[in-house]
Design a protein around this ligand. Structure first.
Ligand code: BG6
Length: 468
Protein backbone atom coordinates (compact mmCIF):
# COMPACT_ATOMS: atom_id res chain seq x y z
CA UNK A 1 0.00 0.00 0.00
CA UNK A 2 2.26 2.81 1.23
CA UNK A 3 1.54 6.53 1.24
CA UNK A 4 -1.27 8.04 -0.85
CA UNK A 5 -0.42 8.97 -4.42
CA UNK A 6 -1.08 12.64 -3.69
CA UNK A 7 0.92 12.58 -0.46
CA UNK A 8 2.54 15.96 0.18
CA UNK A 9 6.25 15.73 0.97
CA UNK A 10 8.03 18.89 1.91
CA UNK A 11 9.34 21.10 4.65
CA UNK A 12 8.17 23.65 7.19
CA UNK A 13 9.28 27.10 8.30
CA UNK A 14 7.87 30.07 10.20
CA UNK A 15 8.24 33.72 9.27
CA UNK A 16 9.74 34.85 12.56
CA UNK A 17 12.36 32.10 12.45
CA UNK A 18 13.56 32.46 8.88
CA UNK A 19 12.48 35.69 7.21
CA UNK A 20 14.39 38.50 8.89
CA UNK A 21 13.90 41.78 7.00
CA UNK A 22 12.11 43.04 10.09
CA UNK A 23 12.41 46.68 9.16
CA UNK A 24 11.55 46.28 5.53
CA UNK A 25 8.39 46.55 3.49
CA UNK A 26 6.57 48.75 6.02
CA UNK A 27 6.32 45.90 8.46
CA UNK A 28 5.23 46.57 12.04
CA UNK A 29 6.97 45.23 15.15
CA UNK A 30 5.84 41.76 16.23
CA UNK A 31 5.92 40.35 19.77
CA UNK A 32 8.43 37.67 18.69
CA UNK A 33 10.89 40.31 17.46
CA UNK A 34 11.53 41.06 21.11
CA UNK A 35 12.39 37.50 22.09
CA UNK A 36 16.13 37.70 22.74
CA UNK A 37 18.80 35.03 22.56
CA UNK A 38 19.86 33.73 25.98
CA UNK A 39 18.31 33.17 29.40
CA UNK A 40 15.82 36.01 29.17
CA UNK A 41 14.13 34.43 26.17
CA UNK A 42 12.17 32.02 28.34
CA UNK A 43 11.14 34.83 30.72
CA UNK A 44 9.96 37.04 27.87
CA UNK A 45 8.21 34.12 26.18
CA UNK A 46 6.30 33.21 29.33
CA UNK A 47 5.43 36.84 30.09
CA UNK A 48 7.44 36.82 33.32
CA UNK A 49 9.61 39.59 31.92
CA UNK A 50 8.06 42.40 29.93
CA UNK A 51 10.11 43.53 26.97
CA UNK A 52 8.47 46.12 24.75
CA UNK A 53 11.58 47.79 23.41
CA UNK A 54 14.94 46.69 22.04
CA UNK A 55 18.05 47.32 24.14
CA UNK A 56 21.81 47.00 23.61
CA UNK A 57 22.27 44.18 26.09
CA UNK A 58 20.35 41.63 24.06
CA UNK A 59 20.60 40.09 20.62
CA UNK A 60 17.26 39.66 18.85
CA UNK A 61 17.60 36.84 16.29
CA UNK A 62 14.20 37.24 14.59
CA UNK A 63 15.14 40.64 13.19
CA UNK A 64 17.52 39.14 10.66
CA UNK A 65 17.02 35.34 11.02
CA UNK A 66 18.36 33.59 7.88
CA UNK A 67 17.13 36.35 5.64
CA UNK A 68 14.61 34.31 3.68
CA UNK A 69 13.15 37.75 2.93
CA UNK A 70 15.93 38.32 0.41
CA UNK A 71 16.91 34.71 -0.31
CA UNK A 72 13.50 33.17 -0.93
CA UNK A 73 14.09 32.55 -4.65
CA UNK A 74 17.37 30.75 -4.01
CA UNK A 75 15.86 28.77 -1.11
CA UNK A 76 12.75 27.74 -2.99
CA UNK A 77 14.91 26.63 -5.94
CA UNK A 78 16.78 24.34 -3.53
CA UNK A 79 13.51 22.98 -2.12
CA UNK A 80 12.36 22.33 -5.68
CA UNK A 81 15.61 20.52 -6.41
CA UNK A 82 14.78 18.15 -3.53
CA UNK A 83 11.40 17.60 -5.18
CA UNK A 84 9.27 19.32 -2.52
CA UNK A 85 5.54 19.09 -3.17
CA UNK A 86 4.66 21.38 -0.27
CA UNK A 87 6.26 24.14 1.74
CA UNK A 88 4.79 25.25 5.00
CA UNK A 89 5.33 28.95 5.60
CA UNK A 90 3.70 31.34 8.01
CA UNK A 91 2.39 34.74 7.09
CA UNK A 92 3.61 37.33 9.54
CA UNK A 93 0.53 39.26 10.69
CA UNK A 94 2.61 42.40 11.25
CA UNK A 95 3.64 42.49 7.58
CA UNK A 96 -0.02 42.56 6.57
CA UNK A 97 -1.41 44.72 9.39
CA UNK A 98 1.60 46.46 10.95
CA UNK A 99 -0.33 47.54 14.03
CA UNK A 100 -2.94 44.80 13.94
CA UNK A 101 -5.88 47.21 14.23
CA UNK A 102 -5.08 49.24 11.06
CA UNK A 103 -7.93 50.09 8.75
CA UNK A 104 -6.14 48.99 5.58
CA UNK A 105 -3.61 46.24 4.93
CA UNK A 106 -0.03 46.99 4.03
CA UNK A 107 0.38 46.55 0.28
CA UNK A 108 4.09 45.75 0.47
CA UNK A 109 3.48 42.94 2.92
CA UNK A 110 0.77 41.45 0.73
CA UNK A 111 3.02 41.72 -2.31
CA UNK A 112 5.89 39.99 -0.56
CA UNK A 113 3.86 36.86 0.18
CA UNK A 114 2.33 37.04 -3.27
CA UNK A 115 5.83 36.74 -4.73
CA UNK A 116 6.80 33.91 -2.37
CA UNK A 117 3.62 31.98 -3.18
CA UNK A 118 4.03 32.51 -6.92
CA UNK A 119 7.61 31.32 -6.69
CA UNK A 120 6.39 28.12 -5.01
CA UNK A 121 3.67 27.58 -7.58
CA UNK A 122 6.20 28.03 -10.35
CA UNK A 123 7.78 24.76 -9.13
CA UNK A 124 4.40 23.11 -8.39
CA UNK A 125 5.04 23.33 -4.67
CA UNK A 126 1.80 23.67 -2.66
CA UNK A 127 1.97 26.50 -0.15
CA UNK A 128 0.74 25.34 3.26
CA UNK A 129 0.13 28.48 5.26
CA UNK A 130 0.09 28.98 9.01
CA UNK A 131 -1.93 32.09 9.70
CA UNK A 132 -0.44 32.67 13.13
CA UNK A 133 2.85 31.10 14.14
CA UNK A 134 3.48 32.90 17.45
CA UNK A 135 3.58 36.20 15.49
CA UNK A 136 1.32 38.96 16.79
CA UNK A 137 1.69 42.69 16.13
CA UNK A 138 3.24 44.19 19.27
CA UNK A 139 0.72 47.01 19.26
CA UNK A 140 -2.07 44.49 19.89
CA UNK A 141 -0.18 43.17 22.88
CA UNK A 142 0.46 46.59 24.35
CA UNK A 143 -2.87 48.23 23.65
CA UNK A 144 -5.28 45.32 24.08
CA UNK A 145 -3.39 42.73 26.13
CA UNK A 146 -3.34 40.33 23.16
CA UNK A 147 -5.58 37.24 23.47
CA UNK A 148 -6.75 38.23 26.94
CA UNK A 149 -9.07 40.51 25.04
CA UNK A 150 -12.13 39.47 23.01
CA UNK A 151 -11.44 42.27 20.55
CA UNK A 152 -8.58 40.16 19.17
CA UNK A 153 -11.13 37.95 17.43
CA UNK A 154 -12.22 40.82 15.18
CA UNK A 155 -8.68 41.93 14.39
CA UNK A 156 -7.79 38.35 13.53
CA UNK A 157 -10.86 37.98 11.31
CA UNK A 158 -9.94 41.08 9.42
CA UNK A 159 -6.47 39.70 8.82
CA UNK A 160 -7.80 36.27 7.78
CA UNK A 161 -10.32 37.74 5.40
CA UNK A 162 -7.62 39.81 3.74
CA UNK A 163 -5.26 36.92 3.14
CA UNK A 164 -7.96 34.40 2.17
CA UNK A 165 -9.15 36.83 -0.51
CA UNK A 166 -5.75 37.90 -1.69
CA UNK A 167 -4.33 34.38 -2.07
CA UNK A 168 -7.54 32.73 -3.28
CA UNK A 169 -6.85 30.16 -6.02
CA UNK A 170 -3.21 30.05 -4.98
CA UNK A 171 -3.28 28.68 -1.43
CA UNK A 172 -5.51 25.74 -0.57
CA UNK A 173 -4.00 24.47 2.70
CA UNK A 174 -4.16 26.63 5.82
CA UNK A 175 -3.84 26.23 9.54
CA UNK A 176 -5.04 28.78 12.05
CA UNK A 177 -2.83 28.85 15.18
CA UNK A 178 0.50 27.06 15.43
CA UNK A 179 0.65 24.67 18.40
CA UNK A 180 -2.42 26.26 19.91
CA UNK A 181 -2.22 23.90 22.91
CA UNK A 182 1.09 25.34 24.10
CA UNK A 183 -0.74 28.02 26.04
CA UNK A 184 -1.63 25.23 28.46
CA UNK A 185 1.39 22.97 27.92
CA UNK A 186 3.69 25.77 28.86
CA UNK A 187 2.15 26.15 32.31
CA UNK A 188 4.00 24.28 35.04
CA UNK A 189 1.84 21.77 36.96
CA UNK A 190 1.78 24.04 39.99
CA UNK A 191 0.75 27.18 38.08
CA UNK A 192 -1.65 29.50 39.92
CA UNK A 193 -5.39 29.58 39.35
CA UNK A 194 -4.95 33.07 37.81
CA UNK A 195 -2.49 31.66 35.27
CA UNK A 196 -4.96 28.90 34.33
CA UNK A 197 -7.83 31.37 34.15
CA UNK A 198 -5.87 33.53 31.76
CA UNK A 199 -4.67 30.60 29.63
CA UNK A 200 -8.12 29.03 29.24
CA UNK A 201 -9.68 32.40 28.39
CA UNK A 202 -6.96 33.14 25.84
CA UNK A 203 -7.59 29.73 24.28
CA UNK A 204 -11.34 30.24 24.17
CA UNK A 205 -10.97 33.45 22.17
CA UNK A 206 -8.56 31.69 19.83
CA UNK A 207 -10.99 28.77 19.40
CA UNK A 208 -13.73 31.18 18.39
CA UNK A 209 -11.35 33.06 16.08
CA UNK A 210 -10.23 29.80 14.50
CA UNK A 211 -13.81 28.57 14.03
CA UNK A 212 -14.81 31.85 12.39
CA UNK A 213 -11.73 31.72 10.19
CA UNK A 214 -12.71 28.23 9.02
CA UNK A 215 -16.19 29.46 8.08
CA UNK A 216 -14.95 32.57 6.29
CA UNK A 217 -12.21 30.57 4.57
CA UNK A 218 -14.82 28.15 3.20
CA UNK A 219 -17.11 30.96 2.08
CA UNK A 220 -14.30 32.66 0.19
CA UNK A 221 -13.12 29.44 -1.41
CA UNK A 222 -14.90 26.12 -0.83
CA UNK A 223 -11.71 24.38 -1.97
CA UNK A 224 -9.83 25.60 1.11
CA UNK A 225 -8.69 22.94 3.58
CA UNK A 226 -8.21 24.53 6.97
CA UNK A 227 -6.65 22.72 9.89
CA UNK A 228 -5.89 23.05 13.54
CA UNK A 229 -2.24 22.74 14.50
CA UNK A 230 -1.42 20.92 17.70
CA UNK A 231 1.91 20.41 19.46
CA UNK A 232 1.84 16.62 19.44
CA UNK A 233 3.48 14.95 22.39
CA UNK A 234 2.98 11.31 23.28
CA UNK A 235 2.70 11.17 27.05
CA UNK A 236 3.57 7.97 28.93
CA UNK A 237 3.13 7.14 32.61
CA UNK A 238 6.56 6.36 34.06
CA UNK A 239 5.17 3.65 36.35
CA UNK A 240 2.07 1.49 36.58
CA UNK A 241 1.00 3.20 39.81
CA UNK A 242 -2.65 4.17 39.20
CA UNK A 243 -1.77 7.70 40.33
CA UNK A 244 0.68 7.90 37.44
CA UNK A 245 -1.91 6.51 35.04
CA UNK A 246 -4.37 9.21 36.08
CA UNK A 247 -1.71 11.90 35.94
CA UNK A 248 -0.77 10.77 32.45
CA UNK A 249 -4.42 10.85 31.42
CA UNK A 250 -4.70 14.42 32.63
CA UNK A 251 -1.66 15.35 30.49
CA UNK A 252 -3.41 13.99 27.39
CA UNK A 253 -6.67 15.69 28.28
CA UNK A 254 -5.23 19.05 29.14
CA UNK A 255 -2.31 19.12 26.73
CA UNK A 256 -3.62 17.33 23.67
CA UNK A 257 -7.36 16.54 23.58
CA UNK A 258 -8.73 19.77 25.03
CA UNK A 259 -7.80 21.83 21.95
CA UNK A 260 -8.17 19.02 19.42
CA UNK A 261 -11.70 18.19 20.61
CA UNK A 262 -12.91 21.77 20.42
CA UNK A 263 -11.42 22.33 16.99
CA UNK A 264 -12.33 18.93 15.48
CA UNK A 265 -15.64 18.19 17.20
CA UNK A 266 -16.87 21.77 17.64
CA UNK A 267 -17.57 21.53 21.35
CA UNK A 268 -15.80 21.36 24.66
CA UNK A 269 -15.13 17.78 25.81
CA UNK A 270 -16.88 16.38 28.89
CA UNK A 271 -13.75 16.50 31.05
CA UNK A 272 -13.59 20.28 30.59
CA UNK A 273 -15.76 20.88 33.64
CA UNK A 274 -13.31 19.01 35.81
CA UNK A 275 -10.30 20.85 34.37
CA UNK A 276 -11.88 24.24 34.95
CA UNK A 277 -13.07 23.30 38.42
CA UNK A 278 -9.57 22.23 39.45
CA UNK A 279 -8.45 25.83 39.00
CA UNK A 280 -11.66 27.75 39.73
CA UNK A 281 -11.81 28.92 36.16
CA UNK A 282 -14.82 31.04 35.08
CA UNK A 283 -14.82 31.95 31.42
CA UNK A 284 -16.41 34.57 29.24
CA UNK A 285 -18.24 32.27 26.79
CA UNK A 286 -21.41 33.29 24.98
CA UNK A 287 -24.10 31.16 23.33
CA UNK A 288 -23.02 32.68 20.05
CA UNK A 289 -19.45 31.47 20.67
CA UNK A 290 -20.66 27.92 21.16
CA UNK A 291 -22.58 28.12 17.88
CA UNK A 292 -19.46 29.36 16.10
CA UNK A 293 -17.42 26.46 17.46
CA UNK A 294 -19.96 24.01 16.07
CA UNK A 295 -19.99 25.63 12.65
CA UNK A 296 -16.23 26.05 12.35
CA UNK A 297 -14.77 22.59 12.79
CA UNK A 298 -11.51 22.04 10.95
CA UNK A 299 -11.03 19.98 7.78
CA UNK A 300 -7.81 18.34 8.89
CA UNK A 301 -5.74 17.77 12.00
CA UNK A 302 -2.18 18.95 11.58
CA UNK A 303 0.46 18.56 14.26
CA UNK A 304 4.12 18.66 15.16
CA UNK A 305 5.84 15.63 16.59
CA UNK A 306 9.38 15.54 17.91
CA UNK A 307 9.29 13.45 21.05
CA UNK A 308 7.39 11.66 23.78
CA UNK A 309 7.35 12.64 27.41
CA UNK A 310 7.28 10.37 30.47
CA UNK A 311 5.47 11.75 33.51
CA UNK A 312 5.10 10.65 37.11
CA UNK A 313 3.64 11.71 40.44
CA UNK A 314 6.58 10.13 42.27
CA UNK A 315 9.54 12.15 43.43
CA UNK A 316 12.05 12.00 40.59
CA UNK A 317 14.92 14.42 40.13
CA UNK A 318 15.84 13.19 36.67
CA UNK A 319 13.66 15.78 35.00
CA UNK A 320 13.74 16.56 31.29
CA UNK A 321 12.08 19.27 29.31
CA UNK A 322 11.25 18.98 25.67
CA UNK A 323 9.17 20.73 23.10
CA UNK A 324 7.05 22.95 25.36
CA UNK A 325 6.64 20.21 27.92
CA UNK A 326 8.11 18.93 31.15
CA UNK A 327 8.60 15.38 32.39
CA UNK A 328 11.14 12.83 33.61
CA UNK A 329 13.72 10.72 31.84
CA UNK A 330 12.38 7.60 30.16
CA UNK A 331 15.02 4.86 30.72
CA UNK A 332 14.06 3.11 27.47
CA UNK A 333 14.86 6.05 25.21
CA UNK A 334 17.86 7.98 23.93
CA UNK A 335 17.89 11.79 24.06
CA UNK A 336 18.96 14.45 21.55
CA UNK A 337 21.70 17.05 22.11
CA UNK A 338 18.99 19.30 23.52
CA UNK A 339 17.55 16.60 25.75
CA UNK A 340 14.47 15.72 23.69
CA UNK A 341 13.44 12.05 23.77
CA UNK A 342 14.00 10.18 20.50
CA UNK A 343 10.90 8.09 20.06
CA UNK A 344 9.68 7.22 16.54
CA UNK A 345 7.19 4.67 17.91
CA UNK A 346 5.60 7.50 19.84
CA UNK A 347 4.68 9.04 16.48
CA UNK A 348 2.86 5.90 15.40
CA UNK A 349 1.03 5.79 18.71
CA UNK A 350 0.03 9.43 18.33
CA UNK A 351 -1.15 9.04 14.73
CA UNK A 352 -3.32 6.05 15.55
CA UNK A 353 -4.75 7.51 18.72
CA UNK A 354 -5.67 10.81 17.06
CA UNK A 355 -7.06 9.29 13.87
CA UNK A 356 -9.22 6.96 15.86
CA UNK A 357 -10.57 9.89 17.91
CA UNK A 358 -11.36 12.33 15.08
CA UNK A 359 -11.37 10.37 11.81
CA UNK A 360 -10.10 13.42 9.96
CA UNK A 361 -7.13 13.48 7.59
CA UNK A 362 -3.89 14.08 9.45
CA UNK A 363 -0.74 15.88 8.40
CA UNK A 364 2.62 15.84 10.17
CA UNK A 365 3.63 19.46 9.68
CA UNK A 366 6.74 19.41 11.87
CA UNK A 367 9.21 16.67 12.69
CA UNK A 368 12.99 16.70 12.73
CA UNK A 369 16.14 16.62 14.75
CA UNK A 370 17.71 19.74 16.21
CA UNK A 371 21.42 18.93 16.35
CA UNK A 372 24.90 20.44 16.26
CA UNK A 373 26.11 20.20 12.66
CA UNK A 374 29.72 20.51 11.65
CA UNK A 375 30.57 21.99 8.30
CA UNK A 376 33.76 20.55 6.79
CA UNK A 377 36.27 22.71 4.99
CA UNK A 378 34.94 21.55 1.64
CA UNK A 379 31.39 22.59 2.62
CA UNK A 380 30.07 19.10 3.39
CA UNK A 381 27.82 18.41 6.36
CA UNK A 382 27.61 14.75 7.30
CA UNK A 383 24.30 14.62 9.16
CA UNK A 384 23.68 10.86 9.16
CA UNK A 385 22.05 11.22 12.65
CA UNK A 386 19.35 13.40 11.07
CA UNK A 387 18.79 10.92 8.26
CA UNK A 388 18.46 8.14 10.79
CA UNK A 389 16.00 10.13 12.92
CA UNK A 390 13.76 10.92 9.99
CA UNK A 391 14.01 7.47 8.49
CA UNK A 392 12.79 5.87 11.73
CA UNK A 393 9.89 8.31 11.96
CA UNK A 394 8.83 7.75 8.37
CA UNK A 395 8.91 3.98 8.93
CA UNK A 396 6.50 4.38 11.84
CA UNK A 397 4.27 6.71 9.81
CA UNK A 398 4.08 4.06 7.14
CA UNK A 399 3.05 1.42 9.65
CA UNK A 400 0.28 3.68 10.91
CA UNK A 401 -0.95 4.05 7.33
CA UNK A 402 -0.54 0.44 6.21
CA UNK A 403 -1.47 -1.44 9.34
CA UNK A 404 -3.97 0.87 10.98
CA UNK A 405 -5.49 2.70 8.05
CA UNK A 406 -4.58 6.19 9.22
CA UNK A 407 -5.41 8.77 6.55
CA UNK A 408 -2.17 10.71 6.37
CA UNK A 409 -2.01 13.56 3.85
CA UNK A 410 1.55 14.70 4.12
CA UNK A 411 4.78 15.28 5.93
CA UNK A 412 6.61 18.60 6.12
CA UNK A 413 9.78 18.23 8.13
CA UNK A 414 10.66 21.10 10.43
CA UNK A 415 13.27 23.68 9.53
CA UNK A 416 14.00 22.26 6.09
CA UNK A 417 16.56 25.03 5.93
CA UNK A 418 18.46 25.96 9.11
CA UNK A 419 16.62 28.67 11.00
CA UNK A 420 16.41 30.28 14.42
CA UNK A 421 15.30 27.96 17.22
CA UNK A 422 11.98 29.01 18.69
CA UNK A 423 12.81 27.66 22.13
CA UNK A 424 16.33 28.98 22.58
CA UNK A 425 16.86 31.59 19.84
CA UNK A 426 20.02 29.74 18.79
CA UNK A 427 21.23 29.14 15.25
CA UNK A 428 23.40 26.22 16.27
CA UNK A 429 20.33 24.09 16.96
CA UNK A 430 19.98 23.10 13.34
CA UNK A 431 17.23 21.08 11.65
CA UNK A 432 17.78 21.71 7.95
CA UNK A 433 18.70 19.78 4.84
CA UNK A 434 20.37 23.05 3.93
CA UNK A 435 23.05 24.54 6.14
CA UNK A 436 23.07 28.33 6.55
CA UNK A 437 26.33 29.99 7.46
CA UNK A 438 25.27 32.02 10.45
CA UNK A 439 26.13 31.70 14.14
CA UNK A 440 24.21 32.39 17.33
CA UNK A 441 25.40 35.98 17.54
CA UNK A 442 24.41 36.78 13.97
CA UNK A 443 27.81 36.46 12.26
CA UNK A 444 28.21 34.62 8.95
CA UNK A 445 27.91 34.93 5.21
CA UNK A 446 24.37 33.45 5.00
CA UNK A 447 25.69 31.16 2.29
CA UNK A 448 23.62 28.00 1.82
CA UNK A 449 25.20 24.49 1.67
CA UNK A 450 23.54 21.14 0.96
CA UNK A 451 23.90 18.63 3.79
CA UNK A 452 24.04 14.87 3.19
CA UNK A 453 20.38 14.69 4.18
CA UNK A 454 19.54 16.82 1.10
CA UNK A 455 20.18 13.99 -1.37
CA UNK A 456 18.65 11.45 0.99
CA UNK A 457 15.37 13.37 1.28
CA UNK A 458 15.27 13.84 -2.49
CA UNK A 459 15.16 10.05 -2.97
CA UNK A 460 12.57 9.69 -0.22
CA UNK A 461 10.28 12.10 -2.05
CA UNK A 462 10.97 10.62 -5.49
CA UNK A 463 10.05 7.14 -4.22
CA UNK A 464 7.02 8.37 -2.22
CA UNK A 465 8.65 7.19 0.98
CA UNK A 466 9.70 3.75 -0.28
CA UNK A 467 13.45 4.36 -0.51
CA UNK A 468 14.64 5.26 2.94
C1 BG6 B 1 7.68 23.82 17.46
C2 BG6 B 1 7.44 25.13 16.82
O1 BG6 B 1 7.41 23.98 18.79
O2 BG6 B 1 8.95 23.27 17.48
C3 BG6 B 1 8.56 25.65 15.99
O3 BG6 B 1 6.24 25.17 16.10
C4 BG6 B 1 9.88 25.29 16.63
O4 BG6 B 1 8.38 27.03 15.83
C5 BG6 B 1 9.98 23.77 16.68
O5 BG6 B 1 10.98 25.84 16.03
C6 BG6 B 1 11.29 23.24 17.23
O6 BG6 B 1 11.57 23.83 18.46
P1 BG6 B 1 12.96 24.55 18.73
O7 BG6 B 1 12.83 25.13 20.09
O8 BG6 B 1 13.99 23.49 18.64
O9 BG6 B 1 13.10 25.58 17.68
Amino acid sequence: MGFRKDFLWGGATAANQCEGGANEGNRGVANVDLMPLGEDRYLVGTGKMKMYDFDDQHFYPALTAVDFYHHYKEDIALFAEMGFQALRISIDWSRIYPQGDDEYPNQEGLDFYHCVIDELLKYHIEPVVTISHYETPLHLVQKYGSWRNRKMIDFFMNYCQTIFKRYKDKVKYWMTFNEINNTINFLPDDASDEAYQEAYQHLHYQFVASARAVQIGHEIDPENKIGCMICGITYYPLTSDPEDILFNRSKWEKGIFYCGDVQCKGKYPTFTKRLWKEHNVQLDITEQDLEELKKGTVDMYTFSYYMSQAVTTHKNDDTVSGNMSFGVRNPYLEYSDWGWALDPKGLRYYLEMIYDRYEKPLMVVENGLGAYDKIEEDGQVKDDYRIDYMKQHIIEMKKAVDEDGVDLMGYTSWGCIDLVSAGTGEMKKRYGFIYVDKDNEGNGTLKRYKKDSFEWYKQVIASNGEKL
